[in-house]
Structures are given as structure tokens and as C-alpha cells.
Design a protein around this ligand. Structure first.
Ligand code: NDP
Length: 315
């Protein structure tokens, strides 16, 4: 589909579970939605292997395969797909304007933002090499694959503490690795983690290298104490990186109300943002649950909110 200037009733930004579920509902409501996929089409599930916690797949499903199915389901009801990065938005008047990197412009009466969030990584080559083979950024998603194993969690915020406590129920042991001598997370979570018999803590410590081999994946972790500079290696088969997420909201700064962590603010219990006609679903507005199924759930809500809102505009 070539753009130049095109107008649509509803545009959905993002093609993860939230965006595609919004598309399925909007297409079936005959809103002829257009999904703008962006560069990371399919979202975070494209870098996941087995998804075993999405209802309806008793044997599990590969992340990319699930996204193909969701896309096919959205296409079946007439969703159009547009690939290209939006570089600027104008919400100052309706129709809203979306400017694409190739200089084309899309306009729309209503917009659903489902641009997701990205896990923050440590940035080492070995971390990338063993991603999905020992290295993960989601304990709820992948913890089960590490049952009865010795794993590490990196970070000192609430996410790291929560992931460590979650993994302590599943794994043989959890080593929390934090770069300072004090956690950033809430006092109650700190106490729970410190008191837990299966959790041990490496303070003032950073990860140097994920060690492994092609057959077994990750087999150990090299860490460095930043005070003593001593490097040690520990037999661990999993590393959960929990150093924060970055919501993909750079485009919406000063255009929409965002919370202090940069997530889109929605009216509680709805997907309404601070701009009438703009809705938000999925991880871009949720730093708490961050699951494919909750993203899909809010995608459905956004389509219903947009449909009702559009109907009211016509009268
Ligand atoms: P935070 O930004 O709160 O914490 C990130 C942690 O990762 C910090 O301890 C930080 O260390 C560490 N870190 C950051 N970058 C690096 C790096 N490059 N190398 C090593 N360590 C690094 O992120 P969270 O995801 O934990 O939490 C985000 C928000 O969500 C917070 O407001 C949190 O309270 C909230 N949240 C609430 C929950 C709940 O209420 N149940 C659950 C989860 C999150 P340092 O401390 O040294 O900066």
C-alpha cells in the first residue's frame, strides 16, 4: 500500500498482542483499521521462544508463530498493514496526523497506541548470544524452564526483587546481583528477598560475561565486585535481567500525559488517554503486569473504547 496522504477512521500503532487484538476487534466492528507495524513488528514476543502461559495453547507456542497467527486473524477481517516508522505525531487538532520516515503522512479520526515497551539490557555480547538460551528478561514468562536450577537475577529495583521472589518458588536457588550495596526497591520487597532462604545476594557486583556453549546454553556467570575488582565465576544456568523497561513513548512526549516513568497515562479502568480520540493499550501503558494476555485484553478494550467514541462523534 503506498501512502503519500491517506486518511483512515482508525489507526493502530504497534503490532504486538495489544495492537493486533485491537485490530481484530476493530476490523470486526467494520472500522477498517490500519496497523502501522514499525521497525520491531510483532513486539517483544518476536524475541521469545516458547510461550506456555497464553490461554488456549496447552502445548505452548513459539512467540513468532503466535504473532503470525494474530496477524492472520486481524488480516482475515480486513485489517490493512503498513510498515514504516512514525517519526512525528500531531494531536493538536483532528484529524490526527502521523508523519512517517519516508515523508508520507497518515491522518486518522482516532488512534490506538500499542507501541509497547522494551526490556533494558546490560548490553554485553555474551548476553545477546545466550538470549533465549539461559538469558531472559521475564521471570513470569520463562521461569518455568529453569525449575530446580540455579539462576541469577540482575537489578535492585522492585522488578528484580519481585522476579527473584517468583523464581525462588520454582528454582533451586536465586542469586540477586546488584551493582550497589543497597536496593532501590520497596522496603517490604527488600525484606522478603533478604529473608528468603533460597535467595542469596551479591552486593556491589556487576556481570562481566555469560559463559556457555551451543549445546547447553548458559552454564555459568562471570561477575566482578566493583569494590574489590575481584572477578569470580559461578555455575548458574539462567540470568534474568531486571534493570527496568523503557516504554516506547518518545513520540508522545509533550503530546500526551505520561507518568513519571514515561508510560502513557490512561483513565483507570479504560484506555482513554489525555487526548480525546487517542487510546492506549498494552505495555506502553502498563508497567505492572506486562503479559501478552493482559496486553491483548487492553487491546480489546481500546478497540471497544475507540468504536464507541467514534460512534458518539457521528452523533
Ligand atoms: P527501576 O528503575 O526501579 O530499577 C532498576 C534497577 O536496575 C536499579 O536497581 C538499578 O540500579 C539497576 N540497573 C539499571 N541499569 C543497570 C545496569 N546497566 N547495570 C546494572 N544494574 C542496573 O526499575 P524496575 O523495573 O525495578 O521498576 C520500575 C518501576 O516500576 C518502579 O517505579 C517500581 O517501583 C515499579 N514496580 C512496581 C512493582 C510493584 O509495585 N509490585 C513491581 C515492579 C516494578 P541502581 O539502583 O544502582 O540505579
Amino acid at each position: 500500500m503506498s501512502a503519500k496522504f491517506q486518511h483512515h477512521k482508525l489507526i493502530i500503532l504497534g503490532s504486538g498482542p495489544a495492537g493486533l487484538t485491537a485490530a481484530i476487534y476493530a476490523a470486526r466492528a467494520i472500522l477498517n483499521p490500519v496497523v502501522v507495524s514499525g521497525r520491531e513488528a510483532g513486539g517483544q514476543l518476536m524475541i521469545t521462544t516458547d510461550v506456555e502461559n497464553y490461554p488456549g495453547f496447552p502445548e505452548g507456542i513459539q512467540g513468532p508463530e503466535m504473532m503470525d497467527l494474530l496477524k492472520a486473524q486481524a488480516a482475515r477481517f480486513g485489517t490493512e498493514f503498513f510498515s514504516g516508522d512514525v517519526v512525528e505525531v500531531d494531536f493538536s487538532q483532528r484529524p490526527f496526523k502521523l508523519f512517517l520516515e519516508n515523508n508520507d503522512t497518515l491522518t486518522c479520526d482516532s488512534l490506538i497506541i500499542s507501541t509497547g515497551a522494551s526490556a533494558r539490557w546490560l548490553g554485553m555480547d555474551s548476553e545477546k548470544k545466550y538470549s533465549g538460551k539461559g538469558v531472559s528478561a521475564c521471570a513470569t514468562c520463562d521461569g518455568f524452564f529453569f525449575r530446580d536450577q540455579n539462576v541469577a537475577v540482575v537489578g535492585g529495583g522492585d522488578t528484580a526483587l519481585e522476579e527473584a521472589l517468583y523464581l525462588a518458588n520454582i528454582c533451586k536457588s536465586v542469586t540477586l546481583i546488584h551493582r550497589r550495596d543497597e536496593f532501590r526497591g520497596s522496603k517490604i520487597m527488600q525484606k522478603r528477598a533478604i529473608d528468603h532462604e533460597k535467595i542469596s545476594i551479591f552486593w556491589d557486583t556487576v556481570v562481566e560475561e555469560v559463559v556457555g556453549n551451543p549445546k547447553d546454553g548458559m552454564t555459568s556467570l562471570k561477575v566482578r565486585n566493583v569494590k574489590t575488582e575481584k572477578v569470580t565465576e559461578h555455575p548458574l544456568t539462567g540470568m534474568f535481567v531486571a534493570i527496568g523497561h523503557i516504554p516506547n513513548t518518545g513520540l508522545f512526549k509533550d503530546k500526551l500525559n505520561l507518568n513519571e516513568n514515561g508510560y502513557v497515562k490512561v483513565t483507570p479502568g479504560t484506555t482513554y488517554t489525555s487526548v480525546e480520540g487517542v487510546f492506549a493499550s498494552g505495555d506502553v501503558q502498563d508497567h505492572v503486569y506486562r503479559q501478552a494476555v493482559t496486553a491483548a485484553g487492553t487491546g480489546c478494550m481500546a478497540a471497544i473504547d475507540a468504536e464507541r467514541w467514534l460512534a458518539e462523534q457521528v452523533g
